[in-house]
Each structure stands twice: as C-alpha cells, then as structure tokens.
Design a binder for this molecule. Structure first.
Ligand SMILES: Cc1ncc(C[n+]2csc(CCOP(=O)(O)OP(=O)(O)O)c2C)c(N)n1
Ligand SMILES: [Mg+2]
Length: 603
C-alpha cells in the first residue's frame, strides 16, 4: 500500500486484485473523479494503459481487447454522462458474450440526487446487460472492508470471464481529496504491519480468492434422445454459427459433422470456415445458392444440428426455417437463447466441445448410404458455386472482390475484422472455406455499426498477427474518434475502407424503391473525403482503383509497411448491387443445373 489516504489505499487494493486476477489492459478516459483509480493503474507495471477521450470508443476499444485475449480489459471513466457513453459497448459485450470490466467513478452518496455537478444515477445504469453490478462501499481503511474489496474484485473478473462471459460494472464512489495527499487519520497507525495480507495482497501474487471458471455442461439425461435422433437420421446438416470461442467451437462442429457424415455449413465467425481440418465437407458459399428455392428444396435436410449463434446468412436462416418440421438440435453454452426462428426441438445449453464429445460417445459411424448421397449433393453444389465465384472474382469489380482480396492478402494465421452491414455478408458469401487458418472477428452480438474502428484497434492492441479490418464508410465515420487509439497500438493493421458513400446494404432491401426518401434518409450519401480524418490522425491513406487484383496488391504492400494504414476502395452502391446479384444468379444457375444432373459420388 502506497499513498496517503483512504482513497489511494482503496484504489490501490482494488487495482492490485484486478491485476492478480489476470487483467492486463486498461482503457482510461480522462476525468477527475476517477483520479485514484487512474493513478493506481498508472503506477502499476502489470498493466498496459491506453487512453481514449470518447468513452463510447473507449468501451469498444476494451471490448476488442476482450475479444482478442478472452479476459476482460478495464474501462475507467469519471462520473456522469461519461458512464452513459459506455452503453453501446456494454450491449455488444453482453450479446456477444465477451468479457469486459467497467470501473466507473461516482460522486459520494451525499452528492447524489442533490443537484451536485456531474452527478447522475449510475446504479444499475446498464440494466440487465451486465453479468454483475456492484456499488462499492465508500472507501475506508479497515481489514474487513479491504478483504471484502479484494474478494469483490476477484469476483468481478470471474463474472466477466464467465461462463457465460460478459460485461461487469463496478461503481466506485469517491469523495475528495482525489489526489494521494496525506490525510491524518485515514490510515490507522500500524495498519500495514497488523494486516500484511489485506494491505499487500496474498503471498506470491495470488488472488485473494482463486475462483474456478464455471463451465456449462448439460445433464446426461438429455443425451440419449438426441443420440437416438442422430443415429437414426437419414441425412442432415451441421450449422456452425458465430462463436466467441471459435478456436474451441469451430473444431467441435467440424468433429460432429465428420462423425455424422453431414455437410458442415460454416459461418465465417464460427471458427469452422477456415483452419486445420477444414476439408470438402465444409460449405461456405451457401448464402449464394440457398437463395434459389429449387436449390433449397434439393438440399433440404432431414435433421439439423446447430452449434453456436444463429448464422449470418439470411438465406441459410430461410433454409432452416423451411425445415421447421424436421428435428433441429441447438448446442450453445452462452448467455442468450439462440433460436429466434423457434425451430429447435432439442436445446443443449452447454459448451459445444464437451457436448459434442458426449453425443459422439457410443454413436456408430454413419453406415447409411443416404447420408453419403446427401453429402455428395452438397459437395457438388459447393464445388460448382466455388468455381463460378472464383471466376467472377476476376471479372468486373464489386465489393465482394475487395473482401476476398483483402483476405487473400493476409498471411495464414492472420486476423480479420469485419464491420456489420455488407462487409460481414461479403465475407460470408465470397470467402471460401479452406485449411489456411484465419481468425475472424466481428461485432455480431447486436450488429451495430458503432465502435467498429475501436473494436478493431482493441484486437490489434492485444494480438501479434498481421491484421486487416474491412469496414463500410458509415461505420468508419460513426467511430471517427476511435482512430485516436491508432498511435497507441503496435503491429500491422490495414483498414480496408469500402467507400460507397452511404449504406450500400439498403440497396438490397425493398426500401430502395421508395424515392425520393430513399437516398437522403436510408442510403445517406455524405459526400465526404474521408482521407482528411486519416490525415488528422497521421494515418497513411491510399485510394485504389476498383479493379481485379488491386486490393490484394495494395493490402499486401500496406501490411508489409506496418502500423495502422488505410486503403480506400471506392464503390458505387447501385452498380454494386447489380453486379452482386448477377454473380449470385450465375452461382444459382450453375448449382441448380448441377443438382438437376445425374446423382453420383463426387469424383
Ligand atoms: C449503431 C447503428 N446504427 C444504425 C444501424 C443500422 N444500419 C445497419 S447497416 C447501416 C449502413 C452501414 O453503412 P456502411 O458502414 O457504409 O456499410 P455498407 O452498407 O455500405 O456496406 C446502418 C445505418 C446499425 N446497425 N447500428
Ligand atoms: Mg457504405
């Protein structure tokens, strides 16, 4: 314990215990009320500190760090609307089940609801979006209170880690003095000597209380029925949805599909689309061909097993909904219910890895020829789609090409971040499955276009591999403040900015017919030259021609140059829609023709 008053001791003990629980990253937004917390973090070499003026961006920066490490990053704010600005990141962390720890300074109790400056009601301000909320006691230096504080800090981190993981909020009332000045009587004489563990923490850097990680396992009673169902299934599909633990859930889905002899429909955020063991049984272009009702019928399953969240592809969702009458099993150990279509008839609320292991125990290998025929049909469809896609990605430019080439430019094992709106959908449709590993992140919890740059920079801050973030121009503008973190991170991050001057996604919706309102209120062209924003932050910015091969070349060069850099790819919204629909139609035609042909094993 250092410093000279109850606040500095209180903050130091809290921060010490947060470090002992394994937290290393801290995002600080400036303010006065939080001074004791900030000084404690800043004086502790166990932490890496980042600063961000805009608390909304600070929240997403920490969210990105949580995604990258699997442990919570801390956000420290002052009192007032500073706290309220964290809500978007808290919602995303909650919905996408990512650990996050909020330490919000507050006015002392006597100032609340009494017209004091910068005092709002911060209690439970994030409602049900946090896994835990605790209002800390007013600081005091006595052994029972500090023991409780140490335990509470450990519990906060444990609640954030889960399972299920998510945001945790500690509200910290602090009265002046906020600086570590000596206050006579604040620290009882001889306190440190009398209570060495309370004051200095447990020996050997151990946490006050080592809390075991909860895992979600499902009662064995649930398995026999599902096992029977899977044993008797004539055919089926496994769908791997977005996961916050793709390195575990992806391989689990792969293993299940392989053992069942089912095709695996792998969402790009599932961990099953790319990486070790991804072979011809893994489908990645289904969004393009499942839009065709005939193809959908020809590939209709008799059983479905879904792992993780609902898939990104709207056409895959339609396919699953069309199969509402067949048995559908959902495996997910997360916080939220993952069946908005209400088609599941078995739900196993456990972590996929142990659930899959348990399901496969005693399950005979698929002997039935029906499964093989069905898998072959899927493989033929996927192969035909892949052929058309590969050809069209060398033809006239569209945004899918920018995405595919951005991925192509990343070395194996690289990290990809995609913003909501079209980038995640271009990834879904046009980036093929394969064994070359790719770590993919996106904010798919609530699918906001907010906090995108900050989330990407947060991931960049805690990972080693080269990284590309593909973002839309509105998402880019929305989190312009996020770029403040660019000079605080190391390593290569190329932001591929798909500049179609507005929300291209709205062109794919029937609302596009509704002019004159459509353009100003939906597409929202801004006509801004975004390079100025980059220049303000000192970030190298380059605009490239929308033509085959150009994005791959530019991204590879910029990755090699290192640091945070932006590649702007201009696109025209309406042209892009036409071209994308043309490519999808070509895929559908090829796949439909192939399926209409003679059945037989793939050669
Ligand atoms: C915070 C938030 N506000 C609004 C939306 C609704 N929305 C979804 S996509 C989109 C347009 C995004 O445009 P851009 O980032 O340029 O991507 P594009 O559609 O052009 O690919 C909007 C406004 C949202 N998802 N999140
Ligand atoms: Mg756009």
């Amino acid at each position: 314990v250092t410093g000279g008053n109850r606040n500095s001791v209180w903050a130091w003990v809290l921060v010490d215990e947060v470090a002992r629980a394994g937290v290393r990253e801290v995002c600080v937004a400036p303010g006065s009320r939080s001074s004791p917390l900030v000084l404690a973090f800043a004086g502790d070499p166990r932490f890496r500190l980042f600063t961000q003026i805009d608390e909304r961006s600070a929240g997403f920066l920490a969210l990105g760090m949580g995604k990258g490490t699997g442990r919570p990053a801390v956000v420290v704010t002052t009192s007032g609307t500073a706290v309220a600005n964290l809500l978007p990141a808290v919602v995303e962390a909650s919905w996408s089940e990512v650990p996050l720890l909020l330490l919000t300074a507050d006015r002392p109790h006597r100032h609340r609801d009494a017209d004091a400056n910068q005092a709002i009601d911060q209690l439970h301000i994030f409602g049900r979006y946090v896994r835990a909320f605790h209002e800390l006691a007013p600081p005091v230096v006595d052994a029972p209170s500090l023991r409780h504080l140490r335990g509470l800090a450990a519990r906060a981190v444990a609640s954030a880690v889960g399972a299920p993981a998510g945001p945790v909020h500690l509200n910290v009332p602090l009265a002046k003095p906020l600086e570590p000045v000596h206050v006579p009587g604040d620290i009882p004489p001889g306190f440190r000597e009398a209570h060495p563990q309370v004051a200095g923490g447990r020996e050997g850097g151990r946490p006050w209380v080592a809390i075991g990680r909860r895992s979600s396992i499902v009662d064995q009673d649930a398995f026999p029925q599902v096992r029977t169902l899977l044993r008797e299934a004539r055919n089926g599909v496994v769908v791997a949805g977005p996961s916050n633990r793709p390195e575990l859930d992806g391989p689990a889905a792969l293993r299940l599909a392989e053992r069942l002899g089912f095709p695996l429909l792998a969402d790009p955020l599932s961990g099953a689309r790319r990486g070790d063991g991804v072979g011809v049984g893994v489908m990645g272009h289904y969004d393009l061909y499942l839009r065709d009702p005939q193809v959908r019928d020809a590939l209709a399953p008799e059983t479905v097993v879904r792992v993780g969240a609902s898939p990104t592809s709207a056409f895959l969702l339609r396919y699953l909904e069309a199969a509402a009458r067949v048995p559908q099993v959902v495996v997910d150990g997360g916080h939220r219910w993952k069946d908005h279509l209400a088609v599941a008839d078995h739900y196993l609320p456990g972590d996929p890895e142990p659930v899959v292991e348990a399901l496969l125990e005693g399950l005979p290998p698929p002997g039935d020829g029906g499964r093989q025929l069905f898998l072959d049909r899927w493989r033929r469809a996927e192969a035909q789609a892949a052929e058309v896609v590969a050809l069209e990605l060398r033809g006239t430019f569209f945004e899918g090409m920018a995405m595919a080439e951005a991925v192509e430019a990343l070395p194996p094992g690289g990290t990809l971040f995609v913003s909501s709106s079209m980038p995640v959908r271009e990834l879904d449709a046009f980036v093929p499955p394969g064994p070359s590993p790719l770590r993919v992140h996106g904010n798919r919890g609530a699918s906001g276009i907010d906090g995108i740059l900050s989330t990407a920079l947060g991931i960049r801050a805690v990972t080693e591999e080269p990284m590309v973030a593909v973002v839309g121009d509105l998402a880019f503008l929305h989190d312009g403040n996020g770029l403040m973190a660019a000079r605080q991170v190391e390593g290569a991050l190329v932001i591929v900015l798909v500049q179609n001057d507005g929300g291209g996604i709205f062109h794919f919706l029937p609302i596009r017919e509704q002019e004159p309102a459509f353009t100003p209120y939906f597409a929202t062209p801004h006509g801004l030259d975004l390079s100025h924003l980059a220049r303000m932050h000192g970030i190298p910015y380059r605009r490239v021609d929308p033509a085959p091969g150009v994005v791959a070349g530019a991204v590879a060069e910029e990755l090699a140059a290192g640091g945070v850099r932006i590649v702007e790819v201009p696109s025209l919204r309406e042209e892009n829609r036409h071209r994308r629909e043309e490519v999808a139609a070509l895929v559908c035609r090829a796949v439909a023709a192939g399926l209409a042909g003679r059945e037989g094993p793939e050669t």
